[in-house]
Design a protein. Structure first.
Lengths: 258, 255, 273
């Protein structure tokens, strides 16, 4: 293949080039960790992957990861239910929208890490505080998205239904509710990001046996291999959860034109 | 909906908001003063107010505030310069955009707070790790918005300028930059907000100084009234900074 | 060069998008040749996707033809010729971040006009199109019709020999089009510019043009060229004359089948944007 043909082929497949870039970054990480950077601070990916087995055998790690995953799912479920309920209640009524939204937005704008110690104070150092903090992060984007979604239903659709004699309940069931589904899934995607942030923040803040304990342990012991291993596993968990919600959004949002 | 009904609704909703605030404050006060809620868990608002006045008048907050602001400033400066530069370079070719934009968006979707322990390993508990994490996290909205701003300038403007003989420099200065400006500005505002949040967050988790650290320190010392005072102070600072940045963004976009 | 010489020579030009065998391969224009006389207003009319805009972009140097050559004022066209050719586009091409007068001046900055000349030229062009009182407004504050007037002023201020207009009034309502068409006719009667004007509207073509080139459906070629023998400026009452109706009907009968064909084509393959 001539140089020119290769170039044209590459241009057709940005995905391949992207993979190459990712591979190059891993290579850079590998090379710099092996030869340029002090091993106290950075481990090459080969070592990290090789060390994953040992990581999982470390006492307490599998349990910590399981608990974290459980906290994430519970916090997400609560956020969704709560967010949906509040979002619909506020969004469907023009008056509650007008009165409650500014309060909700004000609360949404607070940097929640400042009240993290309070959550621990109130809910203890166990999973409850992590779940609560996760819900506190996840519920707001869901509420805001749903309220916006309800507001954005084109009035012409409501007018059309009304002109055909639909009752308020029918309008909700057959116009508003189906319209809301893609919006709902978009909100869930944002909610999942929020829940991830909240739960992980709380976990990293304090845990006697959770992942926060282990990140502290590995940091103080200057063990970048185990630390990077743990971070990678958590990152992978986050990516998988995000991806699930994103795919659900794409699947259920197929009829959208906007 | 008539204008009169609108005005009545607006007044009524304001009343509801005020009523809500009054109810919350009232519950808080009566709960701690008369109904026996544990003072350690929820301090009396009057005490909190006294502590707040004390903190503000003695200037006790200054060293921590300085640390936090300094960390935000450095983090934002780094993410701004690298984000805009890299964003512009990537935006120059549609192919580069197709390669890098999904990569960057993918990175950003991971909760980057996870990397804090790694940065603490590198930089220790001092401001360095906070600045590094803040710069890392705020880099992404800036670079992504810069790519979007420069990369998606409406084709008609580029075609028109080209047809009138614009040179590359003229194209950048008179077409690309003004077209991209509002989007980039939004990215900068988002980057600032995110830098602020991540620095307060990382100060809470692993720090020796700064507002986030101070709050944690007071929590551990069980000095709840003072802690509440600092929380209120930190929240006020955050709201002030975010509002200012948003206002600056709006002013810069105004024609 | 005297009036009547060919200002624009299009020789055996064709254009395709993509390679044969691609999913989105389109033969936009078949082998086409055309001579456009200096000082005349030629209309290109045809169904959607017939290649008239493609031809215009090739004349203006915004597109390189797959085969054939284009010459403007004796120069071969291989890229934009800002000193010889000015464009007016259908889409809003005024820069939203500049005022109207800054928009006009910016065109001259790109072309390379001396700074001292920019202000007077901009002012007179804007006055000529009737926007004297709106020079400090922003495009968003003006109606669609006024924006197109400003785009025209920008093109006129560049003082080129040729003006290429791609459905400039296409996005406007019928009434605005009528007024702008009349004003355009008056404006152009005073100048010696060679103008190529793409339109969908039969009435507009007959009203404005000296000659009308009728295109077939895709792959496009020039089916026929109609002469409109009527001096400029054309009065509004020209539209009511028998001559106008006759010419319009001729265009209609030439175009009707092509339009049907084009509609059927668009249901199966979408041409590239």
């Amino acid at each position: 293949m001539t140089g020119r043909e290769l170039k044209r082929k590459l241009i057709r497949h940005p995905g391949l080039v992207r993979l190459a870039v990712v591979a190059a970054l891993f290579l850079l990480w590998e090379v710099s960790a092996r030869w340029w950077i002090d091993p106290t601070f950075l481990s090459p990916p080969s070592k990290v992957i090789a060390g994953l087995g040992e990581l999982f055998e470390t006492r307490g790690i599998p349990a910590a990861l399981r608990i974290t995953f459980w906290e994430l799912t519970v916090a997400f479920a609560i956020s969704v239910v709560l967010g949906l309920a509040i979002g619909l209640a506020v969004g469907l009524s023009r008056f509650s929208n007008l009165s409650m939204m500014p309060i909700i937005l004000l609360l949404y704008g607070i940097p929640q890490s400042t009240i993290l110690p309070l959550f621990i104070l109130y809910f203890g150092i166990g999973p409850a505080s992590k779940i609560a903090f996760g819900v506190s992060h996840g519920v707001f984007p869901i509420v805001v998205t749903i309220v916006a979604g309800v507001q954005n239903i084109k009035p012409i659709l409501m007018t059309a239904a009304h002109s055909m004699g639909a009752s308020r309940w029918q309008i909700f069931r057959w116009v508003i509710f189906p319209h809301m589904i893609p919006t709902f899934f978009a909100g869930m995607r944002l909610g999942m990001s929020g829940v991830l942030l909240g739960v992980l923040l709380a976990e990293l803040y304090v845990s006697s046996a959770g992942i926060g304990y282990f990140t502290q342990l590995f940091t103080q012991a200057f063990d970048p291999t185990k630390l990077l291993g743990l971070i990678s596993v958590l990152a992978a968990m986050a990516i998988v959860l995000n991806e699930i919600v994103r795919r659900a959004e794409v699947h259920f949002g197929r009829w959208r034109t906007d | 909906m008539s204008a009169k009904q609108d005005r009545r609704d607006k007044i009524a909703s304001r009343l509801v908001q005020i009523g809500f605030l009054v109810a919350v404050m009232g519950l808080w006060y009566f709960g701690t003063a008369y109904w026996g809620i544990n003072r350690i868990l929820l301090p009396n608002p009057v005490n909190v107010w006294h502590e707040l006045k004390d903190v503000l008048s003695t200037g006790e907050f200054l060293p921590d505030l300085k640390v936090t602001l300094m960390e935000i400033a450095f983090a934002f400066a780094i993410s701004c310069s690298t984000g805009v530069t890299l964003g512009y370079l990537i935006s120059r070719s549609h192919f580069l955009i197709k390669v890098f934009e999904p990569l960057l968006a993918g990175f950003y979707s991971v909760p980057l707070i996870l990397f804090l322990p790694l940065y603490v390993l590198f930089f220790g508990l001092g401001p360095g790790s906070k600045i590094a994490l803040g710069a890392t996290i705020s880099f992404f909205p800036i670079v992504l918005n810069t790519i979007a701003g420069f990369g998606y300038v409406e084709k008609i403007f580029i075609t028109a300028a080209r047809s009138m003989g614009a040179s590359d420099v003229q194209m950048f200065r008179h077409v690309l930059l003004p077209a991209a400006f509002p989007v980039i500005l939004t990215g900068l505002r988002m980057g600032f907000t995110v830098a602020l949040l991540s620095i307060l967050g990382s100060e809470t988790l692993a720090s020796l100084a700064g507002l986030g650290h101070k709050i944690v320190h007071l929590a551990e010392a069980m000095e709840t009234p003072r802690m509440f005072a600092y929380i209120a102070f930190a929240v006020a600072i955050a709201i002030f900074l975010n509002t200012t940045v948003s206002a600056l963004e709006r002013r810069a976009k105004r024609r | 060069m005297t009036t009547g010489d060919a200002a624009i020579r299009v020789r055996d030009v064709s254009h395709q998008f993509g390679e044969p065998g691609d999913a989105h391969f389109v033969q936009a224009l078949q082998h086409t040749s055309l001579d456009i006389k200096r000082g005349e207003l030629l209309c290109l009319i045809g169904p959607s996707g017939c290649g008239k805009s493609t031809l215009l972009n090739m004349i203006g140097g915004l597109l390189v033809p797959t085969t054939g050559t284009v010459e403007v004022h004796g120069k071969p066209v291989r890229g934009p010729l800002p000193r010889d050719i000015a464009f007016v586009f259908q889409e809003n091409s005024l820069f939203p971040w500049c005022t109207i007068i800054d928009n006009v001046k910016l065109g001259m900055v790109f072309q390379g006009v001396a700074k001292s000349e920019q202000e007077p030229r901009a002012r007179s062009a804007l006055e000529a199109v009737g926007l004297k009182d709106f020079m400090s407004h922003y495009p968003a504050q003006l109606s669609g019709g006024m924006r197109q007037r400003a785009a025209l002023a920008r093109a006129l201020s560049l003082e080129t020999g040729t003006l290429l207009m791609d459905e400039p009034f296409g996005a406007l309502d019928e009434q605005t089009r009528m007024i702008l068409g009349e004003d355009l006719s008056v404006l152009l009667s005073r100048s010696e510019k060679t103008i190529v004007f793409v339109t969908h509207s039969l009435g507009e073509a007959v009203f404005l043009a000296d000659r009308v080139a009728v295109f077939s459906a895709r792959p496009g070629r020039i089916k026929e060229i109609i002469d409109v023998d009527e001096p400029h400026p054309r009065s509004p009452s020209f539209v009511t004359t028998e001559k106008f109706s006759r010419l319009r009907n001729t265009l209609y009968s030439l175009l009707h089948d092509e339009i049907r064909k084009a509609v059927e084509q668009s249901a199966t393959v979408a041409p590239p944007s």
